[in-house]
Structures are given as structure tokens and as C-alpha cells.
Design a protein around this ligand. Structure first.
Ligand SMILES: Nc1ncnc2c1ncn2[C@@H]1O[C@H](COP(=O)(O)OP(=O)(O)O)[C@@H](O)[C@H]1O
Ligand SMILES: [Mg+2]
Length: 257
């Protein structure tokens, strides 16, 4: 259905309105990018990255910041990026780590988590690279899975001497059990909501990348900025910006009111 509305002559690059799209330059997230880069920098020298929590409301750029910085350390570390809503158990998360370390998934004949853990540590020692485990939307893990995963990863350093950096992304305060909380002391990077001017800059960047000039009128664009600021939902703004036809229609309707 959606495609019927689209006009190919308007779009320079329609993919920039895709929810998965991460722009080359993230504006207004300089402080958070620098802080995260500093924490991951030890990986470039084959040392342990600093454990970090990225905390803030939805659509404040946490995932985009993370993915941008992870791209930069890619060659120097084994990176496991997990969207926790899609892998909610310890087993799933460890399977993902195993797959990144070995390049193939664990045997599906029913390998235990304990065995997977040993193999992961052995693989890391052999590869002699640090491991970065990024758990996005950490609060979606099943009950107690978060504690189990963190505790096991932190113990791996003690037991095997492997170098591991953990990055958690969350929209809620994380409550860990006493045992895990006693050994996990991450640095926290806060992501505040964007204000209206920042929203305007971000949406303007998207419109520039996505449309040929003149596809959206200034009035329609301002209205999207205003609505986005009111709902504090940048995703909504990006989605709307990708619909020039609808925006223009709404604008005309607004004028006739
Ligand atoms: N600083 C920014 N510059 C450009 N686009 C951004 C910026 N921050 C967020 N976005 C865009 O807004 C949407 C939500 O960002 P995301 O990183 O997924 O937020 P979060 O992970 O905090 O929920 C994505 O489409 C993303 O590309
Ligand atoms: Mg996110």
C-alpha cells in the first residue's frame, strides 16, 4: 500500500527514512560519542574496554551512537551486538557470542551454557583479541538472564584472563542482584531528550539526504519539527519526513481550517 503513495522523482535516497538507517554523522551526540569511544579505546591496544551503560529515553540516539562507535573498533575486537528483545535468554546471548568468536553457530545438539562459556573463553585466548558484548535494550532480557550473563562474563576475566568489555543500552534503571552488582561497576553515559532545535537539525539532515530540493515545503517541515518536539519521538519525525505527499496534504488541510 505504502508504495502507492511514493513518488520516485522526489527521493534522492529513500533508505534514509528506514528505521535501521544510521547516518554517517550523528549531530548533537558529540559528548556521548567521545565518552563511549574513550571507554572502548583500550581495545585498540588489546586491553579491556571500560564497561559502560548507555541510558536514556527511547529515540535519543543510543543505538545509533553505539553502532557508529562499534564500526570504528571492528577490526580490533570481537564484537557481539545483541538486540535483547530478539534474544531474551542467557542461552541465546551466549550462542550469539559463540558464533562471533568461532564464525559458526554452536552445535545444535544441546550444548550446555557452561560448555559454551568454556569454549568462548578458549576461543578468545586463541584469537588474542578483546571481546565487546553490547546488549541493546538490556531491560528486555528475561528475568535473571541479565544477572547470569553479566556475572559469567565478569568471571571470565578472572578465571581465564580474557579481556571483555560490556556495554548495556537501556531506557530504565537497571536493578542487578547483590552478587552481580558487587562486581559490575560500569561508567554511565546519559542521553537526554533532544530539544526542538536539535530535532530540527536532525530532521533537516535527513531531508537533505533523502529528498531532492523542494520536496518538502518549509511550512510542512516546521510542522513536523513541532509535532516531533511535542511527542519527543524522533522516530515519528523521521517517519513523517519521509512522507512529503502526506505532509503537503495535511498542510493544505491545515490552511483551509
Ligand atoms: N543525533 C542523531 N542524528 C541523526 N539521527 C539520529 C540521531 N539520534 C537519533 N537519530 C535517529 O533517530 C532514530 C532513533 O534513534 P536510536 O539510536 O535508535 O535511539 P534509541 O536507541 O535511543 O532508542 C533512528 O532512526 C536514528 O537514526
Ligand atoms: Mg535503541
Amino acid at each position: 500500500m505504502n508504495f502507492l503513495w511514493r513518488d520516485e522523482t522526489l527521493f534522492r535516497d529513500e533508505s534514509v527514512f528506514d528505521p535501521e538507517y544510521v547516518p554517517e554523522t550523528l549531530i548533537h551526540r558529540e559528548r556521548q560519542m567521545v565518552a563511549l569511544a574513550m571507554n572502548l579505546r583500550p581495545a585498540l591496544k588489546n586491553l579491556s574496554p571500560v564497561h559502560t551503560i548507555l541510558f536514556g529515553s527511547p529515540a535519543t540516539g543510543k543505538t545509533s551512537t553505539l553502532r557508529t562507535i562499534l564500526r570504528e573498533v571492528d577490526d580490533h575486537a570481537i564484537i557481539t551486538y545483541v538486540r535483547c528483545p530478539l534474544a531474551r535468554t542467557s542461552y541465546r546471548v551466549f550462542s550469539r557470542i559463540f558464533e562471533r568468536v568461532y564464525g559458526y553457530p554452536p552445535p545444535n545438539t544441546g550444548i550446555s551454557i557452561a560448555r559454551m562459556y568454556e569454549l568462548i573463553c578458549e576461543g578468545l585466548l586463541e584469537k588474542n583479541k578483546p571481546l565487546i558484548v553490547a546488549l541493546d535494550d538490556f531491560n528486555f532480557l528475561e528475568r535473571n538472564a541479565g544477572n547470569e550473563i553479566l556475572y559469567a562474563l565478569l568471571k571470565a576475566h578472572e578465571e581465564f584472563g580474557v579481556r571483555i568489555g560490556i556495554i548495556l543500552v537501556t531506557t530504565e534503571r537497571i536493578e542487578l542482584d547483590d552478587k552481580t552488582g558487587a562486581v559490575f561497576h560500569p561508567d554511565e553515559i546519559y542521553f537526554p531528550l533532544y530539544d526542538e532545535d536539535e530535532i530540527r537539525d536532525i530532521l533537516a539532515q535527513r531531508v537533505r539526504l533523502g529528498f531532492y530540493d523542494g520536496a518538502i515545503t518549509d511550512d510542512a517541515f516546521e510542522r513536523i519539527v513541532e509535532l516531533t518536539a511535542r511527542t519527543s519521538d524522533l522516530r515519528f519525525g523521521i517517519y513523517c519526513s519521509g512522507w512529503p505527499e502526506l505532509r503537503l496534504k495535511e498542510e493544505r488541510a491545515g490552511r483551509s481550517n
